[in-house]
Design a binder for this molecule. Sequence first.
Ligand SMILES: [Zn+2]
Length: 476
Amino acid sequence: MAKEFVKDVTSMDEDFAQWYTDVVTKADLIDYSSVRGSMIIRPYGYALWDNIKNELDNRIKETGHENVYMPLFIPESLLQKEKDHVEGFAPEVAWVTHGGSEPLAERLVVRPTSEVLFCEHYSKIIHSHRDLPKLYNQWANVVRWEKTTRPFLRTLEFLWQEGHTAHATDKDAMEETIKMLNVYAELCETVLAIPVVKGQKTEKEKFAGAKATFTIESLMHDGKALQSGTSHHFGTGFAEAFGIQYTDKEGKLQYVHQTSWGFTTRIIGALIMVHGDDRGLVIPPNAAPKQVMIVPIAQHKEGVLDFAYELKKSLGSVARVDIDASDKKPGWKFNEYEMKGIPVRLEVGPKDIEKKQVVLVRRDTLEKVIVPLDELEMKLVELLDDIQSNLYNKALKHREERTTVALTLPELKESLEAKPGFIKAMWCGELACEEKIKEDAGATSRCIPFEQENLAENCVCCGKEAKQMVYWAKAY
Ligand SMILES: [Zn+2]
């Protein structure tokens, strides 16, 4: 039975891209819509996003931010106020040109990001040092007209949060930028069990209009990297373009220092590609909408369903528990919840009831344990913790095994082909070398990590004096 079902999913080592497509649809996360590159997020996918969103929203509020909502449309003239910003986004914006059949006097952009809207608003509400800092966040959808799309990873429309803050000093803005990067990293590591590398983007890879962009980068099962969250320090660039000024304590007019930071539904793609296996999704317990699925065995026999419902009720205080009491066969249910990556399956039948025990099956290793009823709560909590840390450690081990050092460009190329993953290599800081590495090896600079190592004195590409160590990889 299990075998038959597994046939439906392409093996991940055979064709990783096809495996991914199979999993997102067969685990009921999404459906394709009639608009190219757009997806329907189905209840199970949305429950997963809801859970991640709630975890992040709590952290955003705990760090003193307030949620707001900005409009969907941006007037063309407003988008054009910051030169780098408009140049960065122009190729992928969607335009609204008509209202009904009437052409608009000014075209509108469907927001690709909301910097300019926040800036316009800040210019109206910030006057004095007493108005600072402004710590706003919004949960919204944004639209970017992407040419090639894949569910969660790159879609025309996606969901995210974008934080936008204004501060009195450069130092305050820098602290905020790093603070929120750390919030993202902590969320990835403790909730999603995804280890991340923290660092700064190069000039080439930074956000359009930012003074500096910081990122967390994670490594997928196939050895490609995924940018998992970014935090930008804007300096006073946007403030100067939009006239966001405040009067300081000495009565002098100053520009505010701004930040923005974003985390998107892309992370679900990362979750799938970091933890999934040939049976489908594997969701870490802290991120899972349902942590335990109870599957009654021989449920037509007297007392089984009652007992199973009792268990659901009593375990509800320690975990997110659901029960499948439908008349589908247990084998079908086992496969279904393995595909959906539910961390623990709890089986209970007449014999178990007699022996005062249940069977727990963990999704990550597929190991079975028989647990006496009077120890169930305690054992379940332990098991969920164990699955959470096992998934993190497994992902970390995979990343470490797939992180190599290159001292020359041929070495870097060879390494990427033989064992795709992160390549650590020294860099002179020149754009020309960054572009050559991309052209020759297909790898982009992922970040200049905070944790630097001195691997060599010379740039991996040109051989001139190196300034920093950089993580390179092929990326999603
Ligand atoms: Zn160089």
